[in-house]
Design a binder for this molecule. Structure first.
Ligand SMILES: [Zn+2]
Length: 179
């Protein structure tokens, strides 16, 4: 069940209530002067843009991913963790058995990476960086997403949007586990 309404309440209050009642989040946002980058695959620069964005992170990166096999992106996340950025990853259950998955690599590096098995597929591909940048779109964290597939990637700088995506991330985080 979704609950769609305008932003009459402060966003944080609205999101907290929706999480409390376990409803899917929805909101109408007007993004004022939100610097946005868009990329289309294949070979449209999405992967490089994402690696660069991760490289600029100063505080935190909260990831939701379906596939998780792109070495440049996984390496960028590990490097961010190693320079002190708080990195947390939620992955689809398919990543338990996928031998190409970077799940083990990020865990060995000390990143908190957990599995969301509550859904048919945990199909989100999102990152919230430093509470102000949202990365979303169809673009999976895979080599194919950059080199072969028809995909899109949006990088949006908006604290309001980041708050919404982070609330959704937290909602999923509540029902994740390590296996
Ligand atoms: Zn979930």
């Amino acid at each position: 069940m979704t609950n769609r309404r305008a932003l009459a309440l402060p966003l944080s209050t609205l999101f907290a209530l929706m999480v409390w009642f376990n409803q899917a989040l929805a909101a109408d946002l007007v993004l004022h002067e939100a610097l946005t980058q868009v990329y289309f695959s294949p070979r449209g620069g999405a992967q490089d843009a994402l690696v660069a964005e991760i490289g600029k992170a100063r505080e935190s990166i909260f990831v939701q991913a379906y596939s998780f096999t792109s070495e440049p992106i996984i390496s960028a996340l590990i490097q961010a963790h190693q320079r002190g950025v708080h990195v947390e990853v939620i992955l689809d259950k398919s990543q338990r058995a996928d031998k190409r998955s970077g799940t083990a690599a990020v865990r060995e590096a000390g990143i908190h990476a957990v599995i969301d098995s509550k859904h048919a597929i945990a199909h989100n591909k999102t990152m919230v960086i430093d509470h102000e940048t949202v990365v979303t779109g169809s673009f999976n964290i895979t080599k194919s997403a950059e080199e072969k597939n028809a995909e899109n990637l949006l990088i949006v700088r908006s604290q309001d949007l980041a708050r919404l995506y982070l609330e959704d991330w937290k909602k999923h985080r509540q029902h994740t586990d390590w296996q």
